[in-house]
Design a binder for this molecule. Structure first.
Ligand code: PPS
Length: 369
């Protein structure tokens, strides 16, 4: 198993990350992890951002899956030639709304307005391509794949980018069809259904979702035109893959996945449903809160057997805390036993560190790759 997941932003990537973390951890696979929480994003990927990367370890990692701005030739230096590359796209309109809510306080273009409607009514008034972090406001998918998110559209340019993605990636999934995506992933990797089982992570309560007018939605699609074209293209290839898999088989597999998920939610979760972060006292499982988004989380049932508790805990462990756990397993095990630092003390720092990390990675001085 060699897997590279390009974790694009606001596309259900945290849920997929959790799947990959659990798969790798259960099998003692090796992860190429970032030194902090992202591979130097928004700068282009570089191997020096991989924690303790050295030539001896080169191309032996099983999984790389944290946020990065993709750079094919540099990623290939880290991952083996037989690596399976995949990523996920989302409708750029709903993605823009999610990005606005989440990144409003750190994106210059968003800071200048009171709502996404106001921004999209006259984006040129608020958007400058020269201001750092503005990529969250325009063609974010395009940016994450390593392309110029401010480029002018031409059919030739679009097709060149698509060809580049198809050359590098084995599979492109869609957030809107998450369960179908997981079946395609399982099939491509020859995994079991349980391997792609997940609970939805990093999602907002409805009251922080901005309802957009039809006109705003149309303008957002036009403003994010490069992303829109990408999404349209890979929507087609996605459904071709579903056809090849078999529509009826897909339907049955999705139903089975959903039934199994419902059952596991009943077993693992208090009330079998998500709760607001403020209700989660244990900061080891409280999701990181950022911007105006109210990110929901889960509380575990209290009467779980130790082994079931471990299993359920992994399913709901937010991105940052799980990264810290893997860090400890892969890098700090010997140090930890020497210093005897209590586990919860180290976990307690995770959310704060990410807040700083987020600001630093998004707002720090622009570096040249
Ligand atoms: N399983 C599943 N199916 C469909 N959609 C899902 C799923 N899991 C997460 N989500 C939605 O993905 C959004 C968060 O994406 P990310 O985790 O990639 O965000 S981040 O960039 O890592 O912050 C976030 O979107 P918004 O709620 O619109 O903000 C989640 O609701």
């Amino acid at each position: 198993t060699h897997v590279l997941f390009l974790k694009t932003h606001k596309t259900a990537g945290s849920t997929i990350l959790n799947i990959l973390y659990r798969f790798g951890e259960a099998r003692n696979l090796t992860f190429a992890l970032p030194t902090r929480y992202q591979f130097g994003y928004p700068m282009l990927f570089h191997s020096r951002r991989v924690k303790q990367f050295n030539n001896a370890k080169k191309q032996q990692y099983h999984i790389m899956c944290n946020h990065m701005r993709f750079f094919s030739s540099r990623v290939k230096k880290v991952m083996a030639p037989d690596t399976f590359y995949f990523s996920i796209l989302r409708n750029p309109v709903t993605m823009a709304e999610s990005s606005y809510t989440y990144y409003k306080s750190v994106v210059p273009a968003f800071k200048k307005v009171n709502s996404l409607e106001e921004f999209i009514a006259d984006p040129q008034k608020y958007y400058s391509f020269q201001e750092r972090s503005n990529h969250y406001a325009k063609n974010l998918l395009w940016f994450d794949f390593g392309f110029d998110n401010n480029a002018n559209f031409s059919q030739h340019y679009l097709m060149a980018a698509i060809r580049n993605i198809e050359d590098n990636f084995n599979l492109i999934l869609l957030s809107e069809y998450f369960d179908e995506s997981m079946i395609l992933l399982k099939d491509a990797l020859c995994w079991e259904l349980d391997d792609v089982m997940s609970f939805k992570l990093n999602f907002r309560s409805n009251d922080t979702v901005e309802k957009l007018s039809l006109q705003a939605r149309k303008k957002l699609a036009a403003w994010n035109y490069l992303d829109w074209q990408l999404y349209v293209y890979f929507n087609k290839t996605f459904w071709q893959k579903v056809e090849q898999y078999g529509k009826e088989k897909m339907k049955q597999d999705v139903q089975l996945l959903q039934r199994k998920r419902d059952e596991l939610m009943k077993v693992c979760l208090q009330g079998s449903r998500p709760v607001e972060a403020s209700q989660i006292e244990d900061q080891n499982i409280r999701p990181f809160q950022f911007g105006m988004a109210k990110i929901l989380g889960y509380k575990l049932n209290t009467d779980l057997s130790p082994s079931l508790r471990e299993k359920c805990l992994r399913m709901i462990l937010p991105e940052l805390q799980y990264k810290d756990l893997l860090d400890r397993k892969l890098f700090l095990e010997s140090k930890t036993s020497r210093t005897g630092t209590p586990q919860n003390m180290k976990n307690a720092g995770a959310a704060n560190t990410k807040a700083v990390d987020h600001h630093r990675e998004n707002l720090g001085p622009r570096q040249v790759n």
